[in-house]
Design a protein around this ligand. Structure first.
Ligand code: NDP
Length: 317
């Protein structure tokens, strides 16, 4: 696509509706089995043309769900600004076909009101996110982490009120432990803002939501579950089999440290590779298929630094 050419979404993007979407818990919402996360690769330091190519490819192939948070970038806020630019230039005509989420919980701005779970922070943060993304509302707004020092009712009531104000259509919870999650579900249900979805880290190397019972609880309660870092930030792919590529997340030594590339991991990957070959799948596809096979999982929330990676991941469905 030329830089000034108008974006027109692929006509056949919903050709495989029955196959590509899962119902989110007991709600009316269908989410794509593979959703796109914008934590990395969509900030101000990343080439905009590449962000555009990846998001276009995603939407052209039926990925309707894009996941953001206030502090995605770097710098903080800039992934949402990228989404705002995409909205203005390409996606506005398709707004009603998109399911866009954002979150607040981690450190975002200085001072006492820039993180955690107070009403003050959540409300202000969502207003900022809407401005950056050039949206009137988000489809889904999350509490990004549990705040043990704020009364749980304050955080939950802020989520309820955000929906009442029309700034979000649904609410979600991410990274909360099981006990407060158990309190959140009835609180929200009683106020007619049922919890749509839980976002937690789940992949073949980290099975915490299964071990803690969170996935099972969500399933029983009719709450959807979306698995973040389903490829363990790239570990569960071919990326690191033969070394650490210069353009990889591990080479940055920040969120993914090279110490994770152990002989045990490489042996595990070789085994997955062989298993994948038997199924006609890549390592990444094998890892995503494992998650999607878990009962209660609605979607895998992948990241991608190229169209080719996304293409590989999408081939799973
Ligand atoms: P993944 O586990 O999917 O890792 C993505 C990275 O893996 C890519 O950036 C790329 O690495 C590599 N990769 C992806 N596909 C392939 C492939 N087919 N072949 C080779 N390498 C591949 O997810 P993320 O950790 O990026 O998280 C996904 C999303 O989950 C985030 O964008 C965010 O929306 C959400 N999230 C939520 C959190 C929360 O607290 N709620 C926390 C973390 C994530 P490289 O860049 O090196 O090319």
């Amino acid at each position: 696509m030329e830089p000034n050419e108008k974006y027109i979404a692929a006509e056949n993007r919903y050709a495989d509706m029955d196959k590509n979407y899962n119902r989110c818990g007991k709600s009316g919402v269908l989410l794509p089995k593979v959703s796109l996360g914008m934590w990395h690769n969509f900030g101000a330091n990343d080439p905009y043309e590449r962000s555009k190519a990846i998001t276009h490819y995603a939407f052209d192939h039926g990925i309707t769900h894009f996941d953001l948070a206030n502090n995605y970038g770097p710098p903080y806020g800039s992934a949402e600004e990228t989404m705002g630019r995409l909205m203005e230039q390409d996606f506005r005509p398709y707004r009603d076909e998109l399911f866009i989420s954002s979150k607040a919980g981690y450190d975002m701005w200085e001072g006492p009101y820039g993180e955690w779970g107070s009403r003050k922070y959540l409300m202000a943060s969502l207003d900022q996110s809407l401005r950056r993304m050039k949206l009137d509302y988000v489809d889904l707004f999350y509490s990004h982490r549990f705040d043990p020092k704020t009364p749980i009712e304050e955080t939950l009531q802020a989520l309820v009120d955000i929906v009442r104000q029309g700034k979000a259509l649904y609410v979600g919870i991410s990274n909360w432990p099981l006990e407060p999650l158990k309190a959140a579900v009835p609180y929200l249900k009683e106020r007619d803002v049922p919890l749509l979805i839980y976002q937690g880290r789940l992949n073949m190397l980290n099975r915490e939501p299964i071990e803690t019972g969170i996935l099972e609880f969500c399933r029983q309660e009719g709450v959807g579950f979306i698995a973040y870092s389903p490829l363990a930030q790239g570990l569960l792919t071919e990326r690191y089999l033969d070394g650490i590529p210069a353009d990889s997340r591990m080479a940055k030594e920040h969120f993914l440290k090279s110490e994770r590339r152990t002989p045990e991991l490489l042996a595990y990957l070789r085994q997955l590779e062989a298993q994948g070959k038997a199924h006609g799948r890549t390592i990444a596809q094998e890892a995503l298929a494992w998650i999607l096979a878990q009962e209660g999982v609605t979607s895998v929330l992948v990241g991608a630094s190229s169209v080719k990676q996304l293409q590989d991941n999408l081939a799973i469905i």
